[in-house]
Ligand binder design. Sequence first.
Ligand code: GRF
Length: 217
Amino acid sequence: MSQPARRVAVLISGEGSNLQALLDAARAGTLGADICVVVSNRAAARGLVRARDANVPARHLGGKNVTRDAYDTALAALLDEYSPDVVVLAGFMRILSPAFVDKFAGRMLNIHPSLLPEYPGLDTHQRVLQAGERWHGATVHFVTSELDAGPGLIQYRLRVREGDTADSLAKKVHVGEHLILPRAVEWLVGGRVRLEDGFIVLDGRRLARPVIVEEQS
Ligand code: GRF
């Protein structure tokens, strides 16, 4: 008998271009999973339209005037309706409580627009430019209770060039994100990667550092 399809829930807050990369990979059969639900904390998130266009349940769960714990309890209950195997944070602009992170320990990935551990937090492109960095990129990492600090699985690296702006860097980082996020999700749902004692094991080997994908130029 064939295995039931793996189920991936995606949490977003905005544009959802990374979600689109996952939807495209799921439709092409290269993700090894179905997207079972998309949840946004913002009603106007374009990603909700992308989900509906792909016939995926698109749910808005507003977070104004609720405590973090109350929000996360409601979010966990909503996700339980869809029984996801894996949760992906794809531009989800809320910090999650330790209880929520624990519930999905080893099953939750985030994409962050920097070469973590460098530049956790917001405004990464601007900060990278201001610091005169030569390299920038994006990281897919396992989510732990410390913000942007979980073990890194895969990174996209690009050179910061003369004349780059925060906008040009954001565009180039997005190109890389759309490459590495579906790949990371495919590895996780396919059982090629797992978290063990806080370390990533890929194809049976402990990863000393994230897998690097270089910009093609
Ligand atoms: C991405 O740059 C991601 O790294 C960050 O938020 C952005 C989301 O972009 N966490 P999109 O909504 O997927 O287009």
